[in-house]
Design a protein around this ligand. Structure first.
Ligand SMILES: [Mg+2]
Length: 355
């Protein structure tokens, strides 16, 4: 199966309601879809969403990078799979979302060429998954009511976005904690908004008031590794690295230096499926569990993350893959089901989702 042509398309999907974090506000998602055509009837589908404040990529840079890498892949056989992935990874530095979009399409094709679902090709068997849902940063009242709406839709895990002032953040977390049943799991994501000292103050205050959180995600700036260490030595609440984790070296350094308890793997940060699997393997060496997360992105790339979660089900125990459910609809089709908190992979070959 030889690569004949590589094309990009823009996928737009309005969100059900605006998405607000400490870093940004988004009203609709806009993704780049990659289509890799072959000399057979099979097309490989990939996708990535430019998130300038996290990966430094825009729609324009993604399109340029994919156009730059494409000629190095053309006319090559999907059978030289590892070499194709090396080409994507090494032809240009950084640009992890663009690379991930291309790489997902290659994995889709490889699984299609073997006539099996991607998760099976990767050694996974799990097909049913539960994701959390993000509660956007807003007023205490808005956030409590969004939390209750999410529970009514069947979600059992809430990811609360914070990052205003310590006083307000304590107030919103405590208010949500008191409004939901005790068997609901709460995660908090500060998206780098706190200092290390503020983090300790906020988390020890919540702990002293009996508020139980499963974890706190990325309390401090991405590069503030010492800050993470400082917090971890002073609070009981487990810490999860998100923006601090891009490369395999980041993963090892965060765990080796005892900075965090968990790693949030996103294909758009690590450059695709192969590195995502490797990050999970590094975590496994340290006995650490991982979350598989996503950007605000559509069904093709979210689905690629689910296949990775299936392949490393022992280590990837938390999913933050709510992006598809946050959209009014996404113009993709396939047999993978996204039904609010429940995600079900199908037995279709490849990813199971097409554009
Ligand atoms: Mg995050």
């Amino acid at each position: 199966m030889k690569i004949r042509k590589i094309e990009t398309k823009i996928l737009k999907a309005p969100l059900k309601k605006p998405f607000q974090t400490a870093l940004r506000r988004v009203e609709s998602l806009e993704d780049i879809v990659v289509l890799v055509y072959t000399d057979t009837e099979h097309i490989g589908y990939g996708e990535g969403s430019p998130t300038p404040v996290i990966t430094g990529e825009t729609k324009g840079t993604m399109l340029a990078v994919i156009e730059y890498i494409a000629p190095f892949l053309l006319h090559r056989d999907i059978e030289e799979f590892d070499a194709l992935l090396d080409t994507v990874e090494r032809t240009i530095l950084k640009n992890t979302t663009a690379k991930s979009a291309l790489e997902i399409a290659l994995y889709d094709l490889k699984a299609k060429s073997q006539n099996q679902p991607l998760y099976t090709m990767l050694g996974g068997t799990q097909r049913e998954f539960q994701t959390d849902i993000t509660i956007s940063l807003g007023s205490v009242e808005q956030m409590v009511s969004s939390s209750l709406e999410a529970l009514a839709l069947g979600y059992r895990v809430l990811k609360i976005k914070v990052g205003e002032t310590p006083r307000k953040d304590i107030e919103r977390i405590e208010a949500i904690y008191k409004s939901v049943p005790k068997d609901i799991t709460l995660r908090v994501d500060a998206n780098q908004a706190w200092s290390a000292k503020e983090s300790v103050q906020i988390l020890t205050t919540l702990e002293s008031r009996g508020v139980v959180l499963e974890l706190v995600e990325q309390p401090v700036k991405a590069e503030d590794i010492r800050g993470l260490q400082y917090i971890k030595q002073r609070v009981q609440t487990p810490l999860l690295a998100d923006e601090s984790l891009f490369t395999l070296a980041d993963a090892r350094s965060l765990l080796e230096n005892n900075c965090v308890d968990f790693l949030n793997i996103k294909l758009a940060k690590c450059g695709g499926i192969r590195n995502a699997l490797k990050v999970a393997d590094i975590a496994d060496e340290y006995g650490a569990k991982c979350m598989l997360g996503c950007m605000l992105e559509g069904a093709i790339s979210v689905c690629a993350g689910v296949h990775v979660a299936s392949a490393r089900a022992k280590t990837i125990t938390m999913l933050d893959l709510d992006a598809v459910s946050l959209c009014q609809n996404t113009p993709t089709h396939g047999t993978v089901q996204f039904n609010e908190s429940k995600i079900l992979l199908s037995s279709a070959i490849g990813l199971g989702i097409e554009y």
